[in-house]
Structure formats: C-alpha cells, structure tokens
Write a protein that binds this ligand. Sequence first.
Ligand code: FES
Length: 99
Amino acid sequence: MNLKKLTILPAGIDVLLPAGSPLTEVEYEVQQRPIPFGCRSGSCGACVIEVLDGLASLGDPDPDELDFLEDLGRTGGTHRLACQCRLRGDATVRVADDI
Ligand code: FES
C-alpha cells in the first residue's frame, strides 16, 4: 500500500494514510483529536490548518474553500480547511488555534 505521512502540530503526531485519503481519516487512526473537525463539509472553519511543508501534497483548494479562507482572514496561501484536503504526499501541518 502506498502510504503517505501527515505530521500534525502542535500535537506532534505522525499519521500514515493511504495516498489520496481525506484528512478526516486521521480520526480513525489516532485516539486523540489532533485536528478539531466540525462540519466536515467546508463550512464551519473548525479545521483550519497551516501547511508548514508539503502544500502541493494536499492538492489545490477549490474556489469555495478559498473564498471561505479569505472570509476567515487566512489569505497567506498556506492555510487550508483540513476537511477539504486529501493526502497525496507527505505533509506537515499545524492546527490553527486562534479562530
Ligand atoms: S470541519 Fe468544518 S470547515 Fe472543515
């Protein structure tokens, strides 16, 4: 199986997922909730992450996600809604904690 590694900060957790898995799969792999998912549909903003490494590994955000991130003030280009991402390569993310 082609596994990719997602490192989640600040929890410091490494999760291996099959390539192409949605990041929501993290919840099934670890006991903790290192990413605070809410709606899982890109509309609540609970799961905002900053991508520290491997931005391209998470694919391109669609226009709705970009609009919502802008509404949230996350305009730097390194933030994503974790629930809208799929892991296609290794990546390191940090959960945003000031929303
Ligand atoms: S869980 Fe609500 S936007 Fe991602």
